[in-house]
Design a protein around this ligand. Sequence first.
Ligand SMILES: NC(=O)c1ccc[n+]([C@@H]2O[C@H](COP(=O)([O-])OP(=O)(O)OC[C@H]3O[C@@H](n4cnc5c(N)ncnc54)[C@H](O)[C@@H]3O)[C@@H](O)[C@H]2O)c1
Length: 313
Amino acid sequence: MAYLVTGGTGFIGSWVVKSLLERGHKVVAFDWAPGRHALDQVVGKRADEVTIVQGDLTHMHRVIETIREHKVTHIAHIAAAGLTLCHANPVHAVQINGLGFANMLEICRSMDIERMVWASSAGVFGGNWGDKPVPNDAPFHPRNVYAGLKILGETLAAQYHDAYGTDVIGLRYSFVNGHGMPDHQGGRMIKELCEKTALGQPATVPWGDDTPDWLWGGDAGEATAMALEAKPTKVRALNVPGDSAPMSKAVAYVKSLLPDADITVQPGKMGFSRFDGSVTEKEIGYTPKWTMEMQLRERINRVREENGLPLVG
Ligand SMILES: NC(=O)c1ccc[n+]([C@@H]2O[C@H](COP(=O)([O-])OP(=O)(O)OC[C@H]3O[C@@H](n4cnc5c(N)ncnc54)[C@H](O)[C@@H]3O)[C@@H](O)[C@H]2O)c1
């Protein structure tokens, strides 16, 4: 018996792997570009316990072979085309996030997978919600192909559940932060705010007028593991909030840890929102554990430790 994590060597996939290993599960990571960077950063030595399978999820037979060979009972379907690929090559993105996702549901249905938990996104709601937390059943407002394909996923998942009894739960992660984070978009912001400041380099932080919902990778991994193990849920897709805190507060916190930090804050907004997690708490028991301060301190101290500098905070 094993748990399959698609995208299991990527950023969030590695945090999901960590939570599953800690719960004593046998884990198979399926990824089309398997690398050890994120797994090593997140899971450390225990990454050796993970069975890594190279494969493209749009090749249905490859997923089926893997499930048969490793006797997979549960799936965390984390792999997807991200914002950049959706923008650069919408056709390919539809193949992965649309057709590939439908294939995964068909596999669950026909191979009696006990449950699949998959990565939707808080992006389904669009931005412009201001201070009001976005409720779990808020209307969708896709701003790009990426969000549109996550909405297609939620629609397909509801159909498979209602018509065929497939046990599937989508998790709408907000802005995930943590070790192993890719260097694009939010990753670039964290690199400036935590990595450059940790090393005493000048940093330029974007979105100074915004309020990110800081979701620690460990909380995202825990939410995923909890959803895989929860009793059957009434709701098919759940918000996964973190700690909503203004960028100005984050910058002030970093300066309190590193008083000499040279930080230029750029004005503007990325379009973050806050998310209501009350339905999620009721359904799977998840609440975020990591505050913005804990997250930034951890990221700064990891860099300082790696560079032989004294820890802060
Ligand atoms: N990072 C965030 O803040 C965030 C927020 C909301 C939702 N999500 C969703 O979480 C999931 C993981 O995101 P991430 O930030 O860890 O990205 P990531 O790029 O680090 O991880 C995705 C992994 O999937 C793999 N992959 C992509 N296409 C594949 C395919 N066709 N077959 C097999 N493997 C494939 C990639 O190689 C990569 O390792 C995605 O579904 C993303 O849409 C991410």
